[in-house]
Write a protein that binds this ligand. Structure first.
Ligand SMILES: N[C@@H](CCC(=O)N[C@@H](CSC=O)C(=O)NCC(=O)O)C(=O)O
Length: 283
């Protein structure tokens, strides 16, 4: 296993570290960041929250802007944040911000020129957790969370793989991508024009049909400029009502789509995951 340590910074008694590694699923070097709480210094293994970021992000946005380290340190929870797509000169790209590098949408692409590298679903579900669990002092207890495109990714991964995750949460997720401009553009490019093949990556359609449940928490700002056109939380609410899914959906007055919103409620999300991961004093 070739794992290159790119940076290390002490934070709230634990460590924030960035790594690069050759990814088999993506066929390129891939970067991720990990926050290791202080408990690991005592030889303790800790559970992991995977965080999937949104359009234009790298591994850095969440770690530097969300303010999650204090609660993770208290709870004894590792957080892993991968980059949002494969990267490199040999990797297909597009000049728009919502397709190509920085916009992997957590799918396995089937279409040219994307399919050789754009396999973020496999990477986030299998390759990254296998690497993390073989190298770092963590247990195999996982939860998953994300923002916007990453909220879509987190919900889809948990809904399709309920045995893999203890809990799922999202801020401002793209809840019904088959019915919004971001989703239609990305899915047409990555998955092809036949929209019947998009359903396996649509959180609302998956939640409507779910029979196995992962506790789910979603926060949505009501002043989010993407709310009506792109995010469609009402579709997720309707789906949860159909399947009796254990979804807590909160609308937060005055909050927008930014990391100011995420940083205002991230502690509540970490405590929610902590209860399901069995860490911290509040479970
Ligand atoms: N540049 C675009 C919008 C880009 C944007 O808002 N990205 C969000 C995620 S949006 C959905 O996935 C983000 O997290 N940005 C990074 C950050 O640190 O805020 C535009 O101009 O409209």
């Amino acid at each position: 296993m070739t794992l290159e340590n790119l940076s290390s910074n002490k934070s709230f008694g634990g460590w924030h570290k960035q790594y690069s590694h050759p990814s088999e699923s993506l066929g390129c070097a891939m970067r991720f960041a990990i926050y290791l709480p202080p408990q690991v210094a005592n030889g303790q293994k800790v559970p992991v929250l995977y965080w999937l970021s949104g359009l234009t992000c790298t591994d850095e946005n969440f770690m530097q802007k969300a303010g999650a380290h204090r609660a993770a340190a208290e709870l004894g929870m590792a957080i892993v944040a991968p980059d949002t797509s494969p990267r490199g000169d040999h990797v297909a790209d597009d000049e728009s911000y919502d397709l190509g590098q920085g916009a992997g949408f957590y799918v396995n692409a089937t279409e040219s020129p994307w399919h050789p590298h754009y396999r973020m679903y496999d990477y986030a579900l299998n390759e990254l957790p296998a690497l993390i669990e073989s190298v770092f002092p963590v247990t195999n207890q996982r939860s998953i969370a994300g923002h916007s495109m990453g909220g879509h990714g987190a919900l889809v991964l948990a809904l399709r793989n309920p045995a893999r995750y203890q809990s799922v949460s999202a801020f401002s997720p793209i809840s019904n991508p088959v019915n919004c401009p971001w989703g239609k553009k990305a899915f047409t490019a990555y998955l092809g024009k036949d929209s019947s093949r998009w359903a396996e990556y649509d959180a609302s359609l998956l939640m409507r049909d779910a029979t196995q449940f992962v506790p789910a928490l979603v926060d949505q700002g009501d002043a989010d400029n993407f709310l009506t056109d792109q995010l469609r939380p009402e579709a997720l609410a309707a789906a949860a009502s159909t399947s009796n899914y254990p979804l807590e959906l909160n609308f937060r007055e005055g909050y927008d789509h930014s990391y100011f919103f995420i940083s205002s409620f991230i502690e509540q999300h970490l405590r929610f995951h902590g209860r399901h991961l069995g860490c911290g004093s509040n479970y």
